[in-house]
Write a protein that binds this ligand. Sequence first.
Ligand code: B4P
Length: 192
Amino acid sequence: MSARLVLLGPPGAGKGTQAARLAERLGVPAVSTGDIFRANVAQQTELGERAQRYMEAGEYVPDEVTNAMVRDRLAQADAAEGFLLDGYPRTADQVRELDRMLADAGHALDAVVELTADTDEVVGRLLGRAQEQGRSDDTEPVIRRRLEVYAEQTAPLVALYRERGLLVSVDGMGDVPEVTDRLVQALEPHLA
Ligand code: B4P
């Protein structure tokens, strides 16, 4: 299936979790900027070194670094027929860059999914993950900062994509398979 999708939502809403499941159902690659950054940090690449201090502080990695990385990723052959972007775009500058990438390729987005969840729930999920995986940005002060950065920089993109007629809002509360089913159902009318 050809699908070009964006998944937005606060940290802990289930983006990474659902992106993997949804991408498999749709037969497109999930492109997670967070995962790509973490892999680069683990491999101690130059990109990882640039990203690490921002991630550990709960701040966004600078747009020029993130945009260049996504441009390279979307140029790979497996993304030619579609992709599910998990965690990108997150800023107005990243929206403009994604618009340019799509225009250069003669494509358009099919939908932008906003995954919603209560603040108490997302904090609880991330603290739970901290115990299981020990991610360095899952401490309570950093989680609070990530939520603030989301509210300041990414939440406004929801209105922008709503104005463009692309927004699909999906409730991310409930168990994982239930949310996946909700996503698939909500996206059906938007996919050919
Ligand atoms: P991300 O990796 O995108 O991290 P995230 O927003 O916390 O979401 P994630 O996908 O990991 O968590 P999920 O909600 O699935 O970004 C990390 C950092 O990378 C950013 O802070 C930033 O520094 C940098 N970065 C990434 N993209 C960037 C960009 N575009 N520009 C600049 N910087 C960027 O899951 C959270 C937990 O909830 C998991 O433990 C999961 O198991 C659990 N969970 C999920 N669904 C659940 C459910 N339904 N019920 C119960 N638990 C659930």
